[in-house]
Design a protein around this ligand. Structure first.
Ligand SMILES: [Zn+2]
Length: 469
């Protein structure tokens, strides 16, 4: 920032002395735009003035972008001349073929990271790195390059994401429907493997909607260009190039003016509308009751928190095999049980959907989940220095019921009774409701628990309030 501040007076001077050249700069990157002779004079001038303040122009790093090969008296130096295009602030500018190829090359640059991730035997870390460092890697291109020119790059990028995901979690049987689910954000039941091909029109139109209103303010001579874009978007048929790309990228039910008037977090807003459409398209497919209830349960609060957990300690780390199994279950893929049907300790068959293992009290699935949750609560309370008791006996007069944890809340002067309950949306009494509404199994269980504890407290004439978490 200090560098930019110090450079600013020099740039203003340079612009004043070279009115036929546009001077643009970002930190120490400078761009001179105009007729070649003027641009070269401007460069000469810049070089000598910068020397006076102790800065040298690295001429071998400069590029002169022009149509055809220039033959000019001022051009007797090591400056590189390019005619197809150049990269400005990470964005290729130039002929269509150049732009498309450069973007594709950039997308291919993600291959190295993805190859490393695919061979990593730690899917939990791998998935976080894939999500944070790869999936949005070409977002800056999507915001600036015409979506049609970016297509080969977005296709390559998305295929790379999918192949790496498949390797990391060993889900080689992942189908189209499961991959569509994986591209959803985590809170919507996905894995945050966002598809660049579907993001790029939204990113492009959002970026323009945000800039269009400001362009004439910063660059007076762009006023006509902006006016033309508006005219062309409103009266399609004689479109300019930018306008026709904006029209193609505009979501069907939106107008450009509407988006320009509301440019704040536009890409995010349009993306979440797109996500809602995908979620409702999945749910409006003829799904079995089980599939619908299962997909709805993934929309629950923090149902995907395990995917956000950074394995910085043993308690936050999942074993690779557990992580892969949890991934398969989230995607609705069958469990890898082999050819012989395994039998549970309770003598019932173990099904490939994992329902028996998650609900059988003999096999221990729900008990393990329950005990783990209790100990997490206990750890948190201990951390907060709140004294508490596990499953205290003889708490109630009329029954042997024991809440899982009782905390004494010194501030309120009363007990807080914690009861941890593990419900499954496929249970017979709740599945038809769970297929229709989110969180039905948990809500049903809450009502039951709340009635039970209200009865106990009634005996003492104590107030009772049930707070679902
Ligand atoms: Zn069993």
């Amino acid at each position: 920032m200090l560098f930019s501040v110090a450079l600013h007076p020099f740039l203003l001077d340079l612009q004043k002395n070279h009115s036929s050249t546009r001077v643009l700069a970002y930190l120490d990157d400078m761009f001179f735009i105009g007729p070649m002779e003027d641009v070269l004079l401007c460069l000469n001038d810049a070089e000598s003035s910068l020397k006076e303040i102790g800065l040298n122009v690295a001429i071998e790093k400069c590029e002169l972008l022009c149509n055809g090969l220039p033959d000019h008296p001022h051009l007797d130096r090591a400056i590189r001349v390019v005619s197809s295009g150049t990269i400005i602030l990470g964005i290729p500018i130039g002929h269509q073929h150049y732009v498309t190829e450069t973007c594709l090359e950039f997308a291919k640059g993600g291959q190295g990271l993805c190859d490393e991730l695919a061979s990593l035997d730690d899917p939990q870390s791998g998935m976080l790195i894939l999500r944070y460092c790869h999936t949005n890697r070409i977002n800056h291109l999507a915001r600036s390059v015409y979506p049609t020119l970016l297509k080969p790059a977005t296709r390559f990028h998305d295929e790379l994401t999918k192949a790496t995901f498949r390797e990391l979690v060993c889900c080689h049987d992942i189908g189209e429907q499961q991959w569509l689910q994986a591209t959803l954000p985590i809170r919507n039941g996905g894995f945050g493997m966002s598809s660049m091909e579907s993001t790029c029109p939204i990113a492009f139109v959002s970026s323009w909607a945000r800039s269009l209103a400001h362009l004439p303010q910063s660059f007076g001579d762009l006023t006509d260009l902006v006016k033309n874009i508006f005219r062309a978007v409103q009266h399609p048929g004689h479109n300019g190039s930018i306008a026709s790309h904006l029209l193609q990228a505009l979501p069907g039910n939106k107008s450009l003016v509407e988006l320009i008037n509301n440019p704040k977090k536009l890409q995010q807003k349009l993306k979440s509308e797109q996500t809602e459409q995908i979620v409702s398209s999945i749910l409006s497919n003829p799904l079995s009751q089980r599939s619908a209830a299962w997909f709805r349960s993934l929309q629950g609060l923090e149902a995907g928190a395990w995917l956000d957990s950074i394995p910085s300690s043993a308690k936050l780390a999942l074993k690779p095999s557990d992580f892969r199994l949890a991934t398969r279950m989230r995607l609705g893929l069958e469990m890898p049980l082999g050819s012989v049907v395994p039998v549970c300790e309770c003598d019932k068959d173990i099904d490939k959907d994992g329902y028996h293992l998650l609900t059988c009290k003999t096999g221990g699935g729900p008990i393990w989940t329950h005990e783990t949750l209790s100990s997490v609560w206990s750890d948190c309370l201990q951390h907060l220095k709140m004294s508490h008791q596990w499953e205290p006996r003889n708490l109630y007069v009329n029954s042997d019921d024991r809440p899982d944890i009782v905390v004494f809340d010194a501030q309120q002067g009363c007990d807080i009774e914690l009861d941890i309950s593990v419900a499954h949306p496929w249970a017979l009494h709740v599945i038809s409701r769970a297929a229709q509404e989110d969180g039905a199994a948990a809500a049903t269980r809450e009502v039951k628990k709340s009635e039970k504890y209200a009865k106990e407290r009634d005996v003492w004439g104590l107030p009772s309030k049930c707070i679902p978490y």
